[in-house]
Write a protein that binds this ligand. Structure first.
Ligand SMILES: [Zn+2]
Length: 66
């Protein structure tokens, strides 16, 4: 399965962060995905292949249709 990601999307992961949060927002796209914990603000870079196995759900953020 290919994970389709856009900047600003919210990711629900299978494992929670030590701060107790399981939601991350997408900040950088590429071979590595940069994401920020929406609770504690910590950012991490994760290889895309790694992330594809850990994401439970992608919450697409509404955006302007242009
Ligand atoms: Zn956190």
């Amino acid at each position: 399965m290919v994970l389709e990601l856009h900047l600003g999307d919210e990711l629900l992961l299978k494992r929670t962060h030590p701060c107790g949060n399981d939601r991350w927002s997408v900040e950088r796209l590429g071979a590595d995905i940069g994401m920020r914990c929406t609770k504690c603000g910590r950012t991490v870079m994760v290889p895309r292949s790694h992330l594809e196995r850990r994401v439970r759900q992608v919450v697409r953020q509404p955006r302007n249709p242009c």
